[in-house]
Design a protein around this ligand. Structure first.
Ligand SMILES: [Zn+2]
Ligand SMILES: [Zn+2]
Length: 298
């Protein structure tokens, strides 16, 4: 089992250092003009994962122009979110084996594994599996190039250097590494928190343990409605009810209106209504605040 695999010290160190850079920022001087830069990088890096790697590249929930794909893909590389071939391969396997022994980021192996440890203790077959399940992604020239770690880190280093030269150390830490720290933990929470019985609620009876969680959805740009997503993996929307805030969905909707996205797989209102457990307004409100299963609270 993968828990017996050796820890990859290099990846462990990189992930810890990247997060520490975000933490130590609080001991440096903050300027309010950092905020818009932080917001832009948060959304660029965040959408690079949610909109590009996940909803577009893994599940092909819509189409968009090549130049736009490259812009979003670059966002994911700036955040060092994981090279696209590995990311897509792992995620498709997750949908296939959710919450089984083979799902290396299922909370059944413990919270630390589901959240971050799976990244640094992958089974020997991980790479080969990713290549098999993401063969289509390897045909995209920049995704193929980014399988080489030395090339993959270049967008990140370019942005970090630019911020360091223009805004100094504090500017680089606040504008780049604070957003990365938040995005990492919100994204990892989709694997960990959104597959834990204790948190969130289910709108669909899926074969896995996936849950919807408003707070994870807020930080992870809509990815927290993970039970909805497991029920309808190709759907470009993860938040299905009006209060299930899904920033990535609204972005794809806007792109569609601008004719920059097409063939979007939107939820079918009639089918969604039939398959979703209907909740009262009170139950919905409880879930917003506590993320709890309303049936266990009320
Ligand atoms: Zn999942
Ligand atoms: Zn998915």
């Amino acid at each position: 089992m993968f828990k017996n695999e050796k820890i990859n010290i290099a990846i462990f160190t990189i992930l810890v250092v990247l997060q520490l850079l975000g933490v130590v920022a609080v001991w440096t001087r903050f300027h309010f003009f950092y905020l818009p830069i932080m917001a832009v990088l948060y959304l660029w890096i965040g959408l690079g994962t949610t909109l590009y790697l996940h909803r577009y590249l893994t599940h092909r929930g819509f189409e968009m122009p090549g130049w736009l794909k490259f812009i979003f893909a670059t966002g994911s590389a700036i955040g060092l979110s994981g090279d696209p071939v590995t990311w897509v391969g792992d995620h498709r396997f997750h949908h296939l084996k959710s919450d089984t022994e083979e799902d290396i980021h299922s909370p059944r192996h413990g919270f630390p594994y589901a959240h971050m440890m799976w990244l640094i203790r992958k089974p020997a077959s991980f790479r080969e599996r990713s290549l098999r399940y993401a063969a289509d992604v390897r045909k995209i020239w920049y995704c193929k190039l980014w399988e080489n770690s030395a090339l993959y880190v270049l967008p990140h280093l370019a942005v970090a250097s630019l911020l360091f030269v223009t805004l100094g150390l504090a500017g680089m830490l606040w504008c780049l590494y604070v957003p990365i720290l938040i995005i990492y933990n919100c994204t990892w929470a989709v694997n960990s928190i959104c597959h834990m019985k204790q948190f969130g609620y289910r709108s669909f009876e899926t074969s896995d343990e996936s849950k919807n969680n408003f707070w994870v959805g807020l930080g992870a740009l809509g990815e927290g409605y993970h039970n909805n997503h497991h029920a309808k993996p190709r759907c470009a929307a993860h938040g299905l009810k009006w209060w299930e805030f899904d920033f990535t969905r609204y972005t794809i909707w806007t792109l569609e209106k601008l004719h920059l996205a097409w063939n979007v797989v939107w939820p079918e209102p009639a089918a969604a209504g039939k398959e979703t457990e209907e909740l009262s307004a009170d139950e919905a409100g409880t879930m917003l605040i506590t993320s709890a299963d309303p049936n266990s609270v009320l």
